[in-house]
Design a protein. Sequence first.
Length: 201
Amino acid sequence: MDAVAGLRLFVRGAATVLRSRRLLLLGAVPALIVSVFYGAGIVALLVWLPDLTVTLTPFADGWSESPRTLARVAAGAALVGAAAAVAVVTFVAVTLAVGGPVDERLAEIVDDELGPVPAVTSTSRVGAVLRGVRDGALLVGFSVLAAVPLFLLGLVPVVGPVLAPVAAALVGGRLLMIELTAPALQRRGLDFRARRRLLRT
């Protein structure tokens, strides 16, 4: 089965990286750099979340306490869910843009370890960075477009605060899969559109 074969390849690739401390540290540097900035953004969102929910629900100012609190909790959950969807995708996109040459080298080492790869396409470091920025921008655009309906879904009473984070995780996971497979599939000559088609099968 494809799922079993994919899991087996994942384990082999992970074992290749984990066996080498140098590869592990090399791959972690871009993520650590971007994590510092994203961590600061998350802290800022949580600190300002009460004020933001009040700003987003001026219509509830005249309501009694229970409905007003429910509306603001829903708005806060919707805002966090939309921000989470954007953060998941943009984090990977930004990390891969920053660490494009590193990811290219890691993909090459893992491919060499696992066996011959057909139709390998090599690019320069500048090309890898530019390609990462371009693909990252496309994914950021998709995530921003998805954030709007996710935010509106979170405003639906009762079910919205539950469904919005779940939908955000599903959308973010789909876009995350496209981006995480980019280095290996790009080495096989597949562009962004071709990768999306392949991952739909």
